[in-house]
Write a protein that binds this ligand. Structure first.
Ligand code: NAD
Length: 289
């Protein structure tokens, strides 16, 4: 398949490489990055020319809207615009509407699995768009990932992603504050893990990504909180959840509190560049006030 790929950073680079390794003809464009294994072109519109699928992996919804406005008019009718970035639901739906106006298929397919998953081709895709769009791209999603879930019409992939990550941010904070409380109550961290990971307080944050060093499975906590999943990316996703909640008039008090805590951590404390589980040493240092 002839594939255009725009946004070849930490995630897009390895995803494009995996498509090329599987035998697809990949044309890429990025303002800064370059991938040796694909054909690089010098402007975004050039990747649209005769591509059956154009994939984007960009930083945010504003950039996605700008790139889509350049690309969509140049794409061949019936081709598919596949955005894998994490962006706001409104941008995903606006771009899908424009694609439809140009007679194109479109899917939003944000990922979970991080840079390691992008490199290994083991991402999970949460896909919004028509059945026809999903079917058109599923062969490519199978190369870049190990699981794709069709979540419904356009925007629903982004909705699933931000709801999932809102739960993740909240449970990570809950797990970290409980560990910090346990420390102050004299409860050993290993005992805390042994109880909670097999009790009703268990969660992915505790069981699979334990924020306490030396306890539970290997995680970024065992590597001085080197990401992993960076706190600033968690903040981005939590902010998207709050934008969506405002737009949908949904009450999300814990999502709002998690957003505020990660904002303090990343923007006013020392959380920038650390894994999102570094909330534990943050709570450890603090008292009640
Ligand atoms: P990144 O900053 O490494 O890559 C983004 C790339 O887009 C850069 O190479 C940049 O030069 C390029 N770019 C920006 N504007 C452009 C334009 N107008 N035209 C062409 N290229 C342009 O970011 P990333 O970590 O690869 O993340 C990409 C997306 O994936 C984001 O939406 C992010 O939220 C999401 N995501 C990231 C992770 C992660 O662990 N890094 C995990 C899940 C989802």
């Amino acid at each position: 398949m002839k594939i255009g790929f725009i946004g070849l950073g930490n995630m897009g680079g390895p995803m494009a490489r995996n498509l090329a390794a599987a035998g697809h003809d990949v044309f890429g464009f990025d303002l800064a990055a370059s991938v040796a294994e694909i054909t690089m072109v010098d402007h975004a519109e050039a990747v649209a020319d005769s591509a059956e699928v154009v994939i984007t992996m960009l930083p945010n919804g504003d950039i996605l809207r700008r790139v889509a406005a350049d690309i969509l008019p140049k794409m061949t009718k019936g081709a598919c615009f596949l955005d894998c970035s994490t962006v706001d639901v409104d941008s995903a739906r606006a771009v899908a509407q424009q694609a439809d106006d140009f007679g194109l298929l479109c899917a939003d397919a944000p990922v979970s699995g991080g840079i390691g998953g992008a490199q290994a081709g083991t991402l999970t895709f949460m896909v919004g768009g028509s059945e026809k769009s999903f079917n058109k791209v599923s062969e490519l999603l199978d190369i870049m990932g190990q699981k794709s879930v069709h979540c419904g019409p356009s925007g629903n992939g982004q909705a699933a992603k931000i709801c999932n990550n809102m739960i993740l941010g909240i449970t990570m904070i809950g797990t970290c504050e409980a560990f910090a409380l346990a420390d102050k109550l004299g409860l050993d961290r290993q005992a805390m893990f042994d109880v909670v990971s097999t009790s009703s307080g268990s969660s992915w944050s505790m069981n699979a990504y334990c924020p306490a060093p030396g306890v539970g499975p290997q995680s970024p906590a065992d590597n001085a909180y080197t990401p992993g999943f960076a706190a600033e990316l968690m903040l981005k996703d939590l902010r998207l959840s709050q934008t969506a909640a405002t737009s949908a008039d949904a009450d999300t008090p814990l999502g709002a509190a998690a957003t505020s805590l990660y904002s303090d951590f990343v923007e006013h404390e020392d959380g920038l560049g650390k894994d999102f589980s570094a909330m534990l040493p943050r709570f450890e240092k603090r008292g009640r006030e």
